[in-house]
Design a protein around this ligand. Structure first.
Ligand SMILES: [Zn+2]
Ligand SMILES: [Zn+2]
Length: 373
């Protein structure tokens, strides 16, 4: 019985179209945990690499770490790696559903890491809904799919020292496995299999943002140390003007700004004035000049915005005015402004542009290429 199951499993995994030739991505589902519950939609196989032992279960099992060793239920495992597979490729980790197979790696003194190994496009299924609503026009969703896939391929191995490629947070791309999928975006992933963005044959960096507010921004004006990138240049964008909350306002008491800056290691006295010292050609603040009792602080505007709260001062496209003992920031745009404007992509799709036109507009000079799956 066990042998038949194993043969079936191997046949299923190797015959499955999604796995055939596709890049495989390792997703860090849980990092540095001491306990996890693993189960499958049906029977699942648990194997321990060193001893090559295999067990089968049809009920949830507890994985724990004790005295630096992994335990499957009450059984102590001599190996540092446990692999979990099912015949229908649905594994549950802490009650969330995943399509790939799972490795549990004992790679820290008193904790372990749970990694899902999954074909690239099935990984993309699990991220798109976090980036863009499935109710948006399909061509805008497709543009986001190409961006997400390109990002993942370009950043493979980002967390190699922890035993996986991508984490599941905003540090990489928010990923929720099958529970985050949507049939509409899954279908659009299937309609654009393996499509990625390249510039002169190389995978590109694909930054994007909520909306630009009229002009996208050059990468080099936002990120310290960034060089001129030919496809990350400022573009006049007329397509995001219907974005919700197009204009925003944020008010900060002087004392609040002082305490935030001091808490982040800036040695400043009482603030006398804050102004934008330098703006980029797109109109975004590049450098802030904060005059205070003990001198002047010059601070990169993007850094200032992140310190104050990027959801409050939503972009660097703002003006400042003083109001009694407070500063009022009035602006437009949401995010850094580099690369694709998501609300603009939506606006373009509504006007009938397809995803390749949208991508070529926001990343000029790039090509959509079929990744050689
Ligand atoms: Zn990450
Ligand atoms: Zn825009």
């Amino acid at each position: 019985m066990k042998k038949i199951f194993l043969i079936l499993l191997v046949v299923l995994l190797t015959a499955s179209g999604a796995w055939a030739g596709s890049p495989i991505i390792r997703v860090g589902l849980l990092k540095n945990v001491t306990a996890a519950e693993i189960s499958g939609a049906g029977v699942f196989e648990v194997s321990f690499s060193k001893s090559d032992q295999t067990s089968y279960f049809n009920h949830p099992i507890a994985i724990k770490i004790k005295d630096k060793a992994l335990f499957v239920e009450t059984k102590k495992i001599s190996s540092d790696k446990v692999t979990v597979r099912t015949d229908n490729s649905v594994v549950l980790v802490n009650k969330r559903n995943y399509r790939g197979f799972i490795e549990i790696i004992n790679n820290a003194p008193q904790s372990f890491t749970v990694v899902e190994i999954v074909p690239m496009d099935q990984y993309v299924y699990g991220i798109i809904k976090h980036e863009i609503s499935p109710t948006w026009p399909p061509e805008a969703i497709k543009a986001q799919i190409i961006v997400a896939r390109t990002y993942a391929l370009k950043n493979m191995g980002k967390h190699a020292k922890d035993g996986f490629d991508m984490c599941t947070t905003t540090d990489c791309q928010v990923y929720g496995g099958m529970d985050s999928e949507d049939p509409v975006s899954n279908k659009l992933v299937d309609e654009t299999p393996g499509e990625i963005l390249t510039y002169k044959g190389e995978l590109i960096s694909t930054p994007y943002h909520g909306f630009c507010g009229g002009y996208t921004e050059e990468a080099r004006y936002v990120w310290e140390g960034s060089i001129k990138v030919p496809y990350l240049v400022s573009k006049r964008c007329k397509f995001c003007k219907n974005a919700p909350h197009f204009n925003w306002q944020a008010r900060y008491e002087r004392s609040k700004i002082e305490s935030i800056l001091q808490a982040n290691g800036y040695d400043i006295g009482k603030i006398i004035n804050i102004k934008v010292n330098e703006r980029s050609p797109s109109g975004r603040a590049m450098e802030m000049k904060i005059s205070h009792k003990n001198g002047k602080l010059l601070l990169q505007a993007n850094k200032f915005r992140l310190l104050m709260g990027s959801d409050i001062i939503r972009s660097a496209l703002f003006k400042i005015r003083k109001d009694k003992d407070a500063y009022i920031f009035e602006g437009t745009g949401w995010g850094h402004g580099v690369g694709m404007c998501q609300e603009g992509a939506k606006g373009m799709a509504e006007k009938g542009y397809d995803y390749s036109k949208i991508l070529k507009f926001y990343y000029p000079g790039t090509q959509i290429t079929q990744w050689d799956y």
